[in-house]
Design a protein around this ligand. Structure first.
Ligand SMILES: [Zn+2]
Length: 321
């Protein structure tokens, strides 16, 4: 019953589930108001205005622990026009889930939820492609096929490739977090153009951060430091070098870069709360960052250069939740 997008009456346009979360968390008034979603098809909305449910968009992946991926779902018992493509998309996704195997493959995740391809974006301005994303041009072409069964088959073929691929690091981190250690070794993740290896091999604690390696997903507890120009993240675990010396590990993000992002408000909110918890209780945040480590001239520290802000995940830790 899932669909990739919905029409949000609060902002009067079609959005995906990540935008729904950004809109929800950008509300400063508490309690935050849940959003109202309808079918994305114009004609269908005019005829029946069927409601669409938003699942887990009101939870913060940086903070709340939830297993089920956020998504939209057609509400049971609502009527869509026979020509509405979203009812067919929903059916295509249902059939795919059944074919892939709906029973948990990993300890917590459904097989259809496992990301096998992470496409890191080269800059912040690129729009992220997420799982289940459907290109508008493709939808237009699909409409030209007269047979319903054929349309659904086309959609399935398209979605099958899209389902396990994302350009948002937090979706990859979500999978990693819910895998057992064995599963992290067994499941492979491809990061073009750098290659394919197991989840375990891509994820590296800051303790084992080295210069001149290919980009990896570095992680660990870190402190946030706020400067006029931006935010610096200092990992708690120093990296041990081959000559046994220790190196501090940092990553830095310019304020200017964050403010240009669509979800800037939500990111700044997490950073602010992280800093607050740090000051009150000395709690760190957990960070995951995809990038390359570069040794600074003084050789006292390693800086992880991130590809884009979509390759940085900041989590308020359970210690601090
Ligand atoms: Zn509809």
């Amino acid at each position: 019953m899932s669909i990739p997008k919905a029409f949000c009456t609060d902002v009067n346009r079609i959005i995906d589930i990540v935008e729904a979360r950004e809109i929800f968390f950008s509300q400063t008034k508490h309690p935050r108001k849940r959003l109202d979603f309808r079918c994305p098809d114009n004609e269908c909305r005019q005829a029946h205005n069927p409601e669409v449910l938003g699942i887990n968009y009101d939870k913060n992946p940086q903070e709340d622990d939830f297993v089920q991926r956020s998504h939209f779902r057609l509400k049971k018992g609502t009527t869509h026009l026979p020509t509405c493509p979203w009812a067919e998309i929903s059916q295509a996704l249902d059939e795919l889930e059944r074919e892939i195997g709906n029973k948990p493959y990993l300890s917590h995740l459904k097989k259809s939820e496992i990301i096998n391809v992470f496409n890191p974006l080269s800059n912040d301005e690129c729009d992220t492609k997420f799982t289940m994303d459907i290109d508008a041009g493709f939808l237009e072409r699909i409409k030209l096929i007269s047979d319903r069964r054929e349309r659904i088959n086309e959609l399935k073929g398209y979605l099958k490739n899209a389902l396990n691929s994302t350009s948002r690091l937090h979706e990859v981190v979500h999978c990693f977090k819910f895998m057992t250690p064995e599963e992290q070794k067994a499941v492979s993740l491809s990061i073009p153009p750098y290659g394919e290896k197991s989840y375990r091999s891509w994820f590296r604690s800051s303790m084992y951060c080295r210069e001149n390696e290919q980009p990896l997903i570095y992680y660990g507890a870190a402190n946030i430091m706020e400067y006029r120009t931006g935010y610096s993240f200092k990992f708690w675990n120093k990296s041990v070098q081959s000559d046994q010396s220790n190196c501090e590990v940092f990553t830095f993000v310019k304020r200017e870069r964050i403010s240009k992002l669509r979800g800037a408000k939500a990111i700044l909110d997490v950073l602010e709360r992280g800093i607050g918890m740090q000051m009150r209780h000395r709690y760190p945040v957990d960070i995951f960052v995809f990038g390359k480590a570069v040794l600074t001239i003084e050789k006292h520290r390693l800086d992880i250069h991130i590809h884009s802000l979509h390759s940085l995940v900041v989590m308020l830790t359970e210690r601090g939740a």
